[in-house]
Design a protein around this ligand. Structure first.
Ligand code: C2E
Ligand code: CA
Ligand code: CA
Length: 255
Protein backbone atom coordinates (compact mmCIF):
# COMPACT_ATOMS: atom_id res chain seq x y z
CA UNK A 1 0.00 0.00 0.00
CA UNK A 2 2.85 2.36 0.85
CA UNK A 3 4.49 1.84 -2.56
CA UNK A 4 1.17 2.44 -4.29
CA UNK A 5 0.63 5.58 -2.19
CA UNK A 6 4.07 6.86 -3.15
CA UNK A 7 3.01 6.89 -6.82
CA UNK A 8 -0.60 7.97 -6.32
CA UNK A 9 -0.12 11.64 -7.22
CA UNK A 10 1.90 11.12 -10.40
CA UNK A 11 -0.60 8.47 -11.51
CA UNK A 12 -3.46 10.89 -11.03
CA UNK A 13 -5.23 8.60 -8.57
CA UNK A 14 -6.06 11.29 -6.02
CA UNK A 15 -9.12 13.50 -6.12
CA UNK A 16 -11.03 15.73 -3.75
CA UNK A 17 -14.62 15.42 -2.61
CA UNK A 18 -16.35 18.50 -1.19
CA UNK A 19 -18.89 18.39 1.63
CA UNK A 20 -21.11 21.40 2.34
CA UNK A 21 -21.19 23.12 5.74
CA UNK A 22 -24.37 25.15 6.25
CA UNK A 23 -25.41 27.98 8.52
CA UNK A 24 -27.48 26.38 11.30
CA UNK A 25 -30.29 28.98 11.00
CA UNK A 26 -30.47 30.12 7.37
CA UNK A 27 -29.22 26.73 6.11
CA UNK A 28 -27.25 28.41 3.32
CA UNK A 29 -23.86 26.99 2.34
CA UNK A 30 -21.04 28.80 4.15
CA UNK A 31 -18.17 26.54 3.16
CA UNK A 32 -17.11 23.19 1.77
CA UNK A 33 -14.68 20.82 3.45
CA UNK A 34 -12.22 19.24 1.01
CA UNK A 35 -11.90 15.49 1.65
CA UNK A 36 -9.23 13.44 -0.05
CA UNK A 37 -10.19 10.37 -2.12
CA UNK A 38 -7.77 7.74 -3.43
CA UNK A 39 -8.74 5.37 -6.23
CA UNK A 40 -5.68 3.12 -6.51
CA UNK A 41 -5.04 1.11 -9.69
CA UNK A 42 -3.99 -1.86 -7.55
CA UNK A 43 -6.15 -1.49 -4.44
CA UNK A 44 -9.30 0.23 -5.67
CA UNK A 45 -10.90 2.86 -3.45
CA UNK A 46 -8.96 3.05 -0.19
CA UNK A 47 -10.59 4.68 2.83
CA UNK A 48 -8.95 7.88 4.16
CA UNK A 49 -9.10 6.26 7.61
CA UNK A 50 -6.57 3.76 6.20
CA UNK A 51 -4.33 5.80 3.89
CA UNK A 52 -4.13 9.12 5.79
CA UNK A 53 -2.41 7.52 8.84
CA UNK A 54 -0.05 5.71 6.43
CA UNK A 55 0.69 8.98 4.62
CA UNK A 56 1.40 10.60 7.98
CA UNK A 57 3.73 7.83 9.17
CA UNK A 58 5.71 7.92 5.92
CA UNK A 59 5.59 11.74 5.68
CA UNK A 60 4.04 11.33 2.23
CA UNK A 61 1.34 13.61 3.69
CA UNK A 62 3.68 16.56 3.03
CA UNK A 63 3.59 16.36 -0.81
CA UNK A 64 0.05 14.94 -0.84
CA UNK A 65 -1.17 17.67 1.52
CA UNK A 66 0.42 20.33 -0.69
CA UNK A 67 -1.46 18.92 -3.66
CA UNK A 68 -4.72 18.98 -1.64
CA UNK A 69 -4.17 22.59 -0.65
CA UNK A 70 -3.48 23.80 -4.20
CA UNK A 71 -6.33 21.77 -5.65
CA UNK A 72 -8.83 22.95 -3.00
CA UNK A 73 -7.87 26.64 -3.44
CA UNK A 74 -8.17 26.34 -7.22
CA UNK A 75 -11.60 24.70 -6.95
CA UNK A 76 -12.90 27.33 -4.51
CA UNK A 77 -12.35 29.95 -7.21
CA UNK A 78 -15.37 28.41 -9.02
CA UNK A 79 -17.70 29.18 -6.08
CA UNK A 80 -19.47 32.36 -4.98
CA UNK A 81 -17.14 34.84 -3.33
CA UNK A 82 -18.41 34.40 0.23
CA UNK A 83 -17.94 30.60 0.25
CA UNK A 84 -14.90 29.29 2.07
CA UNK A 85 -12.94 26.09 1.59
CA UNK A 86 -11.76 24.04 4.58
CA UNK A 87 -8.62 21.94 4.20
CA UNK A 88 -7.48 19.27 6.67
CA UNK A 89 -3.85 19.64 7.67
CA UNK A 90 -1.85 17.03 9.61
CA UNK A 91 0.72 17.71 12.31
CA UNK A 92 3.54 16.56 10.01
CA UNK A 93 2.63 19.29 7.54
CA UNK A 94 2.73 21.99 10.22
CA UNK A 95 6.19 20.83 11.30
CA UNK A 96 7.46 21.21 7.74
CA UNK A 97 9.34 24.53 7.65
CA UNK A 98 7.94 25.23 4.17
CA UNK A 99 4.30 24.92 5.08
CA UNK A 100 3.47 28.62 5.44
CA UNK A 101 5.11 29.39 2.09
CA UNK A 102 3.14 26.57 0.48
CA UNK A 103 -0.04 28.26 1.74
CA UNK A 104 1.11 31.65 0.38
CA UNK A 105 1.94 30.06 -2.95
CA UNK A 106 -1.39 28.17 -3.17
CA UNK A 107 -3.28 31.41 -2.51
CA UNK A 108 -1.28 33.58 -4.88
CA UNK A 109 -1.16 31.09 -7.76
CA UNK A 110 -4.93 30.50 -7.64
CA UNK A 111 -5.93 34.06 -6.70
CA UNK A 112 -8.00 32.83 -3.73
CA UNK A 113 -8.29 35.53 -1.01
CA UNK A 114 -6.80 34.29 2.29
CA UNK A 115 -10.10 34.92 4.13
CA UNK A 116 -11.67 32.16 2.03
CA UNK A 117 -9.25 29.46 3.26
CA UNK A 118 -9.82 27.65 6.54
CA UNK A 119 -7.27 25.17 7.87
CA UNK A 120 -8.58 22.30 10.01
CA UNK A 121 -6.26 20.80 12.62
CA UNK A 122 -6.85 18.37 15.46
CA UNK A 123 -5.50 18.83 18.96
CA UNK A 124 -2.95 16.07 18.28
CA UNK A 125 -0.73 18.87 16.89
CA UNK A 126 -0.24 20.10 20.47
CA UNK A 127 1.10 16.76 21.65
CA UNK A 128 4.39 17.09 19.82
CA UNK A 129 6.48 20.16 19.05
CA UNK A 130 3.72 22.58 19.75
CA UNK A 131 5.81 25.76 19.64
CA UNK A 132 6.74 25.10 16.00
CA UNK A 133 3.16 24.15 15.09
CA UNK A 134 1.56 27.11 16.84
CA UNK A 135 4.09 29.49 15.27
CA UNK A 136 3.14 28.15 11.81
CA UNK A 137 -0.56 28.52 12.58
CA UNK A 138 0.01 32.10 13.75
CA UNK A 139 1.72 32.93 10.46
CA UNK A 140 -1.24 31.50 8.59
CA UNK A 141 -3.71 33.49 10.70
CA UNK A 142 -1.62 36.62 10.01
CA UNK A 143 -2.11 35.96 6.30
CA UNK A 144 -5.87 36.25 6.90
CA UNK A 145 -6.78 32.54 6.88
CA UNK A 146 -8.86 31.00 9.66
CA UNK A 147 -8.11 27.88 11.68
CA UNK A 148 -10.67 25.37 12.96
CA UNK A 149 -10.18 22.84 15.76
CA UNK A 150 -11.44 19.52 14.37
CA UNK A 151 -12.90 16.49 16.21
CA UNK A 152 -13.23 18.43 19.47
CA UNK A 153 -14.04 16.18 22.40
CA UNK A 154 -12.34 13.03 21.13
CA UNK A 155 -8.79 13.64 22.33
CA UNK A 156 -7.42 15.32 25.43
CA UNK A 157 -9.64 18.37 24.91
CA UNK A 158 -7.40 20.40 27.12
CA UNK A 159 -8.88 23.87 27.43
CA UNK A 160 -5.36 25.27 27.46
CA UNK A 161 -5.15 24.52 23.72
CA UNK A 162 -7.91 27.04 23.09
CA UNK A 163 -5.70 29.78 24.50
CA UNK A 164 -2.72 28.89 22.36
CA UNK A 165 -4.20 29.45 18.92
CA UNK A 166 -6.90 31.92 17.87
CA UNK A 167 -9.28 29.29 16.47
CA UNK A 168 -12.26 30.66 14.57
CA UNK A 169 -14.31 27.47 14.85
CA UNK A 170 -14.60 24.45 17.11
CA UNK A 171 -15.91 21.36 15.32
CA UNK A 172 -17.93 19.16 17.68
CA UNK A 173 -17.23 15.52 16.90
CA UNK A 174 -19.97 13.38 15.41
CA UNK A 175 -20.00 11.04 18.44
CA UNK A 176 -21.49 13.85 20.61
CA UNK A 177 -24.07 14.74 17.99
CA UNK A 178 -25.13 11.09 17.76
CA UNK A 179 -25.08 10.75 21.55
CA UNK A 180 -27.18 13.86 22.13
CA UNK A 181 -29.76 12.73 19.59
CA UNK A 182 -29.96 9.31 21.22
CA UNK A 183 -30.90 11.13 24.45
CA UNK A 184 -27.53 10.75 26.13
CA UNK A 185 -27.44 13.39 28.87
CA UNK A 186 -23.66 13.63 29.04
CA UNK A 187 -23.39 14.31 25.30
CA UNK A 188 -26.07 16.99 25.57
CA UNK A 189 -24.33 18.64 28.51
CA UNK A 190 -20.97 18.56 26.72
CA UNK A 191 -22.35 20.16 23.55
CA UNK A 192 -24.03 22.88 25.64
CA UNK A 193 -20.78 23.56 27.47
CA UNK A 194 -18.71 23.68 24.26
CA UNK A 195 -21.22 26.07 22.65
CA UNK A 196 -21.19 28.38 25.69
CA UNK A 197 -17.40 28.33 25.86
CA UNK A 198 -17.05 29.01 22.12
CA UNK A 199 -19.46 31.94 22.40
CA UNK A 200 -17.48 33.60 25.13
CA UNK A 201 -14.25 33.01 23.20
CA UNK A 202 -15.94 34.48 20.08
CA UNK A 203 -15.52 31.26 18.14
CA UNK A 204 -18.19 29.55 16.07
CA UNK A 205 -19.20 25.91 16.44
CA UNK A 206 -19.79 23.30 13.73
CA UNK A 207 -21.68 20.11 14.56
CA UNK A 208 -20.29 17.20 12.53
CA UNK A 209 -22.14 14.17 11.23
CA UNK A 210 -25.76 15.42 11.28
CA UNK A 211 -27.73 12.81 9.36
CA UNK A 212 -31.43 13.56 9.95
CA UNK A 213 -33.86 16.48 10.22
CA UNK A 214 -34.37 15.69 13.93
CA UNK A 215 -30.64 15.87 14.56
CA UNK A 216 -30.41 19.18 12.68
CA UNK A 217 -33.28 20.64 14.77
CA UNK A 218 -31.71 19.53 18.06
CA UNK A 219 -28.29 20.88 17.09
CA UNK A 220 -29.83 24.21 16.12
CA UNK A 221 -31.62 24.39 19.48
CA UNK A 222 -28.35 23.65 21.27
CA UNK A 223 -26.92 26.76 19.62
CA UNK A 224 -24.30 25.35 17.24
CA UNK A 225 -23.71 27.95 14.53
CA UNK A 226 -22.90 25.63 11.62
CA UNK A 227 -23.90 22.12 10.60
CA UNK A 228 -22.13 19.51 8.47
CA UNK A 229 -23.41 16.03 7.69
CA UNK A 230 -25.15 13.73 5.27
CA UNK A 231 -28.50 15.46 5.94
CA UNK A 232 -27.29 18.62 4.17
CA UNK A 233 -25.00 16.88 1.71
CA UNK A 234 -22.52 14.06 1.36
CA UNK A 235 -18.98 14.67 0.15
CA UNK A 236 -19.40 15.18 -3.61
CA UNK A 237 -17.23 15.60 -6.69
CA UNK A 238 -16.16 19.17 -7.54
CA UNK A 239 -18.58 19.55 -10.47
CA UNK A 240 -21.56 18.62 -8.27
CA UNK A 241 -20.57 21.24 -5.70
CA UNK A 242 -20.55 23.89 -8.44
CA UNK A 243 -23.92 22.60 -9.76
CA UNK A 244 -25.37 23.01 -6.25
CA UNK A 245 -24.73 26.77 -6.39
CA UNK A 246 -26.24 27.02 -9.84
CA UNK A 247 -29.37 25.20 -8.68
CA UNK A 248 -29.62 27.39 -5.55
CA UNK A 249 -29.28 30.51 -7.68
CA UNK A 250 -31.96 29.29 -10.09
CA UNK A 251 -34.27 28.49 -7.15
CA UNK A 252 -33.56 31.94 -5.67
CA UNK A 253 -34.38 33.62 -9.00
CA UNK A 254 -37.60 31.64 -9.34
CA UNK A 255 -38.78 32.55 -5.83
P1 C2E B 1 -12.79 14.59 9.29
O1 C2E B 1 -11.89 15.74 9.00
O2 C2E B 1 -13.43 14.54 10.64
O3 C2E B 1 -13.87 14.60 8.13
C1 C2E B 1 -15.23 14.26 8.32
C2 C2E B 1 -15.49 12.82 7.99
O4 C2E B 1 -16.83 12.48 8.36
C3 C2E B 1 -15.39 12.52 6.49
O5 C2E B 1 -14.91 11.18 6.35
C4 C2E B 1 -16.86 12.61 6.05
O6 C2E B 1 -17.13 11.89 4.88
C5 C2E B 1 -17.55 12.00 7.25
N1 C2E B 1 -18.94 12.48 7.39
C6 C2E B 1 -19.43 13.68 7.09
N2 C2E B 1 -20.74 13.77 7.38
C7 C2E B 1 -21.10 12.57 7.91
C8 C2E B 1 -22.34 12.03 8.42
O7 C2E B 1 -23.39 12.69 8.43
N3 C2E B 1 -22.30 10.76 8.90
C9 C2E B 1 -21.16 10.01 8.88
N4 C2E B 1 -21.23 8.77 9.34
N5 C2E B 1 -19.98 10.48 8.42
C10 C2E B 1 -19.95 11.75 7.93
P2 C2E B 1 -13.76 10.80 5.31
O8 C2E B 1 -13.91 11.60 4.05
O9 C2E B 1 -13.72 9.33 5.22
O10 C2E B 1 -12.43 11.32 6.01
C11 C2E B 1 -11.97 10.74 7.20
C12 C2E B 1 -10.85 11.54 7.80
O11 C2E B 1 -9.68 11.50 6.98
C13 C2E B 1 -11.18 13.02 7.96
O12 C2E B 1 -11.98 13.19 9.10
C14 C2E B 1 -9.78 13.59 8.10
O13 C2E B 1 -9.30 13.42 9.41
C15 C2E B 1 -8.97 12.70 7.18
N6 C2E B 1 -8.77 13.40 5.89
C16 C2E B 1 -9.57 13.44 4.79
N7 C2E B 1 -9.02 14.20 3.82
C17 C2E B 1 -7.84 14.65 4.32
C18 C2E B 1 -6.79 15.50 3.80
O14 C2E B 1 -6.83 16.04 2.68
N8 C2E B 1 -5.70 15.71 4.62
C19 C2E B 1 -5.62 15.19 5.88
N9 C2E B 1 -4.54 15.46 6.60
N10 C2E B 1 -6.59 14.42 6.39
C20 C2E B 1 -7.69 14.16 5.63
CA1 CA C 1 -12.00 17.88 9.11
CA1 CA D 1 -13.98 16.03 12.19
Amino acid sequence: LEIALRHSLERGEMSLAFQPVVDARAEGIVSFEALLRWNSAEHGFVSPAKFIPLAEDTRLIVPIGEWVLRQACAEAMNWPDHTRVAVNVSGEQLLDPNFASVVVSALSSTGLPARRLEIEVTESIFLRDDTASTATLERIIDLGCSVALDDFGTGYSSLGYLRRVQFSTIKVDRSFVQGACAGNRESLAIIRAVVAMAQSLEMSTTAEGVETAEEAALIRDLGCTKIQGYYFGRPMPANEAVALFRRNRAAGAAA
